[in-house]
Ligand binder design. Structure first.
Ligand code: SF4
Ligand code: SF4
Length: 715
């Protein structure tokens, strides 16, 4: 070893020791913070499935590739990052012995070839990512930028570090080629040999650049070790764990499905046995989230994909799912020293060692306005429609909706602190069994005037499907038309079905989404009992909220049914030739995917199959199905979910107006929906636009079932 190599090796060794000590300390601290969370028994088991999902989502980049260019660029950067580890390791040998590389595999041509091309593509990938970030810089005129609110220096720092390490790698190889000591032939390392052709021969340059590469890499390690909340860096390690422990690992996409039950001490809380002194009712303190919640907060990369899709954020509300997660993360880590010292049961001696910031943080309410120094503003909490767009888009499977509902639960059940107008809905649910407060005796009024008798379970006849009408379908005038259309179509196709009539009550969906688990359990238990007594096996529902609750949540209370949405059943009947649309359509149709049917339950194709069959019955080329810019997984909420249907929308632009403008921009005359709430929200939006002269008079919002019925009934 010459003097250059001795100095370079000493510097590399020193910085590596410092970086290793710091990063081990930070990892231990991060584990202890995650462990502050509550138990979560649902995250174990299904190890094979979890591993498969984790590998598919990470190596296959199945979430990221939905944003194709970004996804492809990120895939190469991720692979390059993994390969970088071996290249950094290689540098430890090159710094001391410049004409050598990695022992054992270092002289293997395949190793040279693979790392060469991963380096080239990773280099291009990181340039693409930097370019995308620069093109989407946040700022007031660009509030919608997905990077608004992200810690930009951290992202730049990570990106330029990767760029610098890749460049160092190529220069090391280039100098080795110039020194005629590169292990691989030209075909395996063409870029390195090309560089070598223009660089002078210098063994010292190899050692010095290898040292620079180690310094850049270890400085990065020191920086991330000193910034425990630097998600843009830490996600490179944490994402594997967060995805492995996601809920519903076997479900395609996010497919949120049912909400997690309210947990206390790792068990679902049963209100009949709950003890207010002992049990946890939702989340009031950050440490009351589960450990998976803590892991979620730690893993956020600040990429802003969730923010870019959020209907609340996109219409000027204060809620950004990204900023919500970042606020919880920063609060959790700031409060952690106090909690790790023992929290409320800490000794005075232990508390004396806790820094003042952590002591100040412990007194901040989780939910509270600016004057109360709340971590999450109430307007943020109540703006969420639980549409699931954030969860769907998150590349590291953060579960925003569960966290939001957990915080709502405490506010509703313990603090009675929620938008006052929603109180009417909750009272109606408790007293009348439906959110409108309509008399139960009128629940089957929609059957009046039909030219066939709608069978009732109470009649005692056999039936294949229980037709779950839902409260909107029974009481809301526009939704009643859908109910009548579905009943008529089922009757026409010879499907054996029956209704519960006055035996039906609200599924409890709005109560659960607003956070009132008590009312949800009360209604759900009653329905499960009724359905089980009636021997129901199969249910068809017109409301995606009812569909989701019956299919995915009643199992938590002993109700196990095969549930189908009416668009799925109608698609089957059309495909089997039992319903044949023949009446031509007037103009094009566009279809709005309801969040709880599409994103939450992955029912995208059946409504389109029905509409496609109707459209194909028309000889006109103008009568096809046209998609909006945001459809299927990226559909934009109508604004009614998460019990927002019963809350005033006082901030920003109305979400339904934003969606209606998108629908109108397609030029379609028919805006088809498959949810009674979407029918109301988009219907109101179109009515408003017509009144303002901003929509043609002949545009209408109708359910898929009504479109199909019209196409049959005039035949
Ligand atoms: S569920 Fe929808 S409204 Fe709520 S934070 Fe996520 S994207 Fe926004
Ligand atoms: S929550 Fe997920 S999608 Fe949103 S910024 Fe964080 S990592 Fe990105």
């Amino acid at each position: 070893m010459g003097p250059v190599q001795i100095i370079a090796t000493s510097v590399a060794a020193a910085i590596t020791v410092v970086a290793t000590v710091l990063v081990v300390r930070t990892v231990r601290r991060m584990i202890s913070v995650v462990r502050l969370g509550q138990p979560d028994p649902d995250r174990g088991g299904s190890r094979g499935l979890r591993l498969k999902t984790m590998l598919t989502e990470t190596l296959g980049h199945t979430r990221m590739l939905r944003w194709t260019v970004v996804g492809a660029a990120h895939w190469f950067v991720m692979i390059a990052f993994i390969a970088l580890s071996s290249l950094v390791l290689e540098a430890y040998f090159e710094v001391a012995v410049p004409d050598h590389g990695l022992p054992l595999i270092g002289s293997w041509n395949v190793y040279g070839l693979v790392t060469e091309w991963i380096g080239v593509l990773g280099f291009i990938g990181i340039l693409v990512l930097i370019g995308i970030r620069l093109r989407n810089l946040p700022g007031n005129p660009n509030r919608r930028s997905r990077f608004a609110g992200s810690t930009m220096w951290q992202a730049y720092y990570v990106e330029y570090t990767i760029l610098a390490v890749l460049l160092c790698g190529f220069f090391i190889r280039g100098f080795k080629a110039a020194n005629d000591t590169l292990e691989w032939p030209v075909w395996a390392a063409p870029v390195s040999h090309g560089l070598g052709a223009v660089l002078p021969a210098s063994a010292a340059a190899v050692s010095l650049i290898a040292m620079a590469k180690i310094i850049v890499s270890m400085t990065w390690v020191i920086v991330i070790a000193s910034n425990i909340t630097m998600g843009v860096a830490w996600h490179r390690f944490l994402a594997f764990f967060n995805i492995y422990f996601k809920r519903n690992p076997g479900r395609a996409g996010s497919g949120l499905g049912g909400l997690r039950p309210m947990m206390s001490e790792g068990k679902p809380l049963d209100f009949e046995e709950a003890d207010p002194e002992k049990d946890q009712f939702g989340v009031a303190q950050v440490e009351q989230f589960t450990w998976k919640g803590m892991l979620d907060f730690s893993t956020c990369t600040e990429c802003g994909r969730c923010q870019s899709q959020c209907p609340a954020w996109n219409t000027g509300k204060p809620l950004s799912p990204k900023l919500l997660i970042l606020s919880l993360r920063d609060h959790a880590y700031a409060k952690a020293p106090y909690l790790l010292a023992g929290g409320s049961s800490a000794s005075e001696e232990a508390l004396a060692k806790v820094d003042v910031l952590a002591l100040a943080e412990k007194d901040r309410p989780l939910i509270g306005g600016v004057d109360e120094l709340g971590v999450i503003d109430p307007d943020v909490l109540w703006s969420c429609t639980t549409c699931g767009a954030c969860v769907e888009q998150c590349p590291v499977d953060i579960e925003h909706v569960d966290h939001i509902v957990d915080m709502r639960r405490y506010q509703v059940l313990i603090e009675s602190n929620f938008p006052t107008e929603a109180g009417v809905m909750l009272r109606n649910l408790e007293n009348k069994g439906n959110p409108w407060g309509a008399a139960q005796s009128t629940r089957d009024d929609w059957t009046k005037g039909l030219d066939f008798a709608v069978p009732n379970v109470a009649d005692g006849g056999d039936f294949e499907y229980l037709f779950w009408v839902g409260c909107a379908g029974a009481f809301e005038d526009r939704a009643k038309k859908t109910t009548r259309a579905v009943a008529t179509l089922l009757n026409e196709a010879g499907v054996s079905f029956a209704i519960l009539g006055q035996g039906e009550t609200c599924t409890g969906d709005p109560a659960r989404r607003i956070g009132n688990e008590f009312v949800f359990q009360m209604l759900a238990q009653q329905n499960v009992e009724t359905l089980n007594e009636a021997g129901v096996k199969k249910i068809v529902a017109t409301c995606p909220h009812c569909f989701n609750t019956l299919a995915n949540e009643y199992g938590q209370l002993g109700g196990h049914f095969e549930v189908i949405h009416h668009t799925q059943l109608l698609a089957q009947l059309v495909s089997a030739g039992k319903l044949t649309p023949v009446q031509p359509l007037d103009g094009a149709i566009t279809y709005h995917d309801p969040c709880y049917l599409g994103r939450h339950n992955r029912v995208f194709a059946p409504p389109r199959e029905v509409l496609g069959a109707v459209a194909s019955s028309s000889p006109s080329d103008d009568a096809g199905l046209v998609e909006m810019d945001r459809f299927a997984e990226r559909s934009f909420c109508c604004g009614a979910g998460g019990a927002r249907m019963w809350m005033e929308e006082r901030i920003g632009k109305r979400i339904n107006v934003e969606r209606v403008e998108e629908a109108l921009s397609t030029g379609a005359k028919t805006v088809a929906v498959s949810c009674p709430f979407c029918l109301t929200m988009l219907g109101d939006g179109v009515t408003g636009k017509k009144a303002a002269g901003a929509a043609p008079d002949d545009v209408e919002v109708v359910d898929v079932a009504s479109v199909l019925l019209r196409s049959l009934s005039s035949s």
